[in-house]
Design a protein around this ligand. Structure first.
Ligand code: IVH
Length: 670
């Protein structure tokens, strides 16, 4: 293919793929199969690989292409991004309408009502039709440049359907479904779940590595125009329609309302209907439709006089707390849960709410039999807000946490600096059972066909007591379980057998060592390569690994010091489980570079490379970049103001380079 032909083909593929993307993500109406899309995308990327100079900014391959950043650049908003005044009830809305009518000296005002999307405000700048910059609102005057992260949002067009220059504004958000599945994965990974979709969206867009944002399934609705020199439309509703014509995703629920009564009807309807949406809204935004009228009304110091945000009250419900149930988690934490008389809140029926710990129960003075007010935090996770004291009789029973574990009867303890009570009996059946559920889970050993129910049955039948027993299960035993036929037993046994071949990181994560999530497990496996090495690692060896902190190192050392653990690992080994890392450690990296197999530490202020870039380039050449200097360090690269790491390296007589030397060597290696 000549360059000329490549150019033409790329142009056609880009247009085609961008159009498919628009149909799928903006119109929600896909016109080709995923396979067809993937095939075209492959074609595009392979031509681009051959002719990298022909890659354009609007190529669909550029959505996740960005490198991680060191920090976000600041962006000055040439037109400030203001926020809105609030209305909390009908009276506030009527006051707003009165001010508008007085300001315009007219009785007839047309408003546009829109859903108030609960996400974060974003500005998108297009130059000659091409998406060039995306920013957060920040303080309204200055935001942060999050272009790379925003490019990962598929409903944001990389090129608009008019070669004009325009800055548009809208709300980036995380759909509820994405939020729920992301939190599920985070919990499985021992990561703190996000409290609500809003925080999750904000957290995702604040990631320096766009690959993380790309995985978060964010979306956006555009609702305003910021800077626009050639703008000539007369009403806000015309602008919304124009945004849609340009290829932006606008929210379809907006309506024109004549006068405040119609506005109030719209607001009231959505108090009910909001539960049916697949994304969160926290109110309704009401805007004067005529743009000249908007101009005439102007702004106060903080917000426009032509718009207001009606905020929904957090939906609450009253119900009875029937009981408090205790459960023991994998790490022994005893958690109280309120069992409630079923009640509907924000669209779903709630019958349980976590009470978290004893302190919370005491603080709110929650007693069994109380009438309680509940709400959904971030409208998702049910929580007890308070007790309705007026409903208290002398029948409610105060609740105290037990001294013994509800599962095994051993004493529970309150560890220093923790509010949680813990059962520390390593043989506690509830912990073992939860531990096994974790062991077989998707991110750990990923054993298909072993759901919670089956594990519960296996424990009840006393077929298993430890992880090792899982690999000793017999066909006849399994056949005796409820709802287990020949076929499912065979499939299960095959899945168990296959799991023996898993690479070390899955086993490590599955063991459930405190603070070791799946990412840390991979780092450990990659670094130590075998279980033997890891078992022998000292605290110092561990903290020398990038991303392994004191807390985790401590926990790992304590874990492997336990004789029961050593015994378990010995048994697993005998049962045939793989104990080494099978991943692609520096597989593509040359084995004959200056950095091959070397452990390198970066310190001080680097001027030529960003930290991330230096790390990546060294790793690409087979080096291993770690966080701190130890006997294992082969090379220290020191920028300006290098401190204690430099001193330590000198003491250990480790080779030290400055940044210029690094640049020189990288140049030679390239
Ligand atoms: S218009 C100057 N429309 O609510 C007017 N804002 O409290 C700019 N928001 O910062 C805002 N949905 O983050 C507007 N349909 C909508 C909105 C909306 C959500 C957010 C936005 C803004 C905040 C105002």
């Amino acid at each position: 293919m000549t360059e000329q032909e490549a150019h033409q083909q790329l142009e056609a593929l880009r247009d085609e793929l961008n159009e498919y993307n628009y149909q799928y993500h903006v119109l929600d109406n896909p016109t080709v199969s995923d396979a067809e899309y993937d095939q075209k995308m492959k074609q595009l990327t392979s031509i681009e690989a051959e002719y990298p100079s022909l890659i354009t900014a609007d190529s669909p391959s550029q959505r996740v292409g960005g490198e991680p950043l060191d920090a976000f650049e600041k962006v000055a908003h040439r037109v400030p991004m203001l926020s809105l005044g609030n209305a909390f009830n009908e009276e506030d809305l009527r006051d707003f309408d009165r001010r508008v009518r007085e300001g315009l000296a007219t009785e007839n005002v047309t408003y546009v009502c829109e859903l108030k999307i609960d996400g974060l405000a974003i500005s998108l700048r297009y130059q000659d039709g091409l998406f060039v910059q995306g920013a957060t609102r920040g303080d309204g005057t200055t935001g942060e440049d999050i272009t790379s992260n925003l490019k990962t949002i598929r409903s944001i067009p990389l090129r608009i359907k008019d070669a004009s220059s325009i800055e548009v504004r809208g709300e980036a958000y995380m759909p509820q479904q994405s939020f729920l599945s992301m939190n599920e994965a985070r919990e499985a990974n021992q990561e703190e779940p996000f409290a609500n979709p809003r925080n999750a969206a904000a957290g995702s867009l604040r990631q320096l590595d766009p690959k993380i944002a790309a995985k978060r399934n964010l979306d956006i609705f555009l609702y305003a125009v910021g800077e626009w020199e050639s703008g000539s439309l007369e009403t806000h509703s015309d602008r919304l329609e124009y945004l849609q014509q340009l290829g932006f995703k606008t929210n379809p629920e907006w309506r024109k309302c004549q006068g405040i009564d119609e506005v109030i009807q719209y607001v009231e309807a959505w108090v009910e209907k909001r539960a049916n949406l697949s994304y969160d809204i926290d109110g309704i935004v009401i805007k004067v439709n005529n743009l000249e009228a908007q101009e005439q009304l102007g702004f106060t110091a903080k917000s426009p006089r032509w718009a207001i945000a009606y905020k929904f009250p957090a939906e609450e419900a009253v119900t009875k707390l029937i009981d408090i149930e205790l459960s023991v988690g994998r790490t022994g934490v005893v958690t109280p849960t309120a069992i409630l008389e079923p009640v509907k809140v924000a669209g779903t029926t709630v019958q349980r709410a976590s009470l978290h710990n004893e302190d919370l129960i005491q603080e709110k003075d929650i007693r069994i039999g109380d009438t309680v007010v509940i709400k959904k935090a971030g409208d998702i996770i049910p929580e007890v807000v308070r007790v309705v004291e007026d409903m208290r009789t002398d029948e409610q029973k105060p609740f105290t946490m037990p001294d013994i574990c509800p599962s095994c009867g051993d004493e529970v303890v309150r560890l220093e600096e923790e509010v949680a009570l813990r059962c520390i009996n390593p043989n506690c059946p509830a912990q073992l059972q939860e531990g096994l559920i974790h062991f077989v889970s998707r991110l750990a050993m990923n054993i298909d066909g072993l759901g919670e129910k089956v594990i519960e049955q296996l424990f009840q039948a006393s077929y298993i007591h430890t992880i090792a027993d899982l690999y000793r299960l017999e066909r006849d035993e399994l056949l005796k379980l409820e709802r287990m036929g020949e076929k499912s037993v065979q499939n299960l046994l095959t899945a168990i057998e296959q799991s023996k071949e898993n690479s070390l990181e899955r086993l490590l994560f599955g063991l459930g060592i405190r603070f070791v999530g799946s990412k840390a497990a991979r780092t450990l496996a990659e670094h130590f390569e075998t279980m033997d090495h890891l078992e022998k690692a000292t605290f110092e060896d561990l903290v020398a690994v990038d991303e392994i902190g004191d807390k985790m190192a401590d926990s790992i050392v304590t874990y492997f010091a336990d004789e029961k653990v050593t015994q378990l690992i010995r048994e697993l080994k005998e049962l045939g489980l793989n104990m080494s890392y099978k991943g692609a450690k520096a597989s593509d990296a040359p084995s004959d570079s200056v950095f091959s197999g070397k452990t390198v530490v970066l310190t001080g202020k680097l001027e030529i490379f960003s930290r991330q870039e230096a790390k990546q380039r060294i790793e690409a050449l087979g080096g291993n970049v770690t966080g701190s200097v130890s006997k294992k360090t082969d090379l220290l690269i020191a920028g300006e103001d290098a401190g204690s790491k430099m001193d330590k390296a000198k003491k250990l007589e480790i080779e030290i380079w400055d940044e210029a030397k690094l640049q020189e060597v990288l140049g030679e290696e390239a």
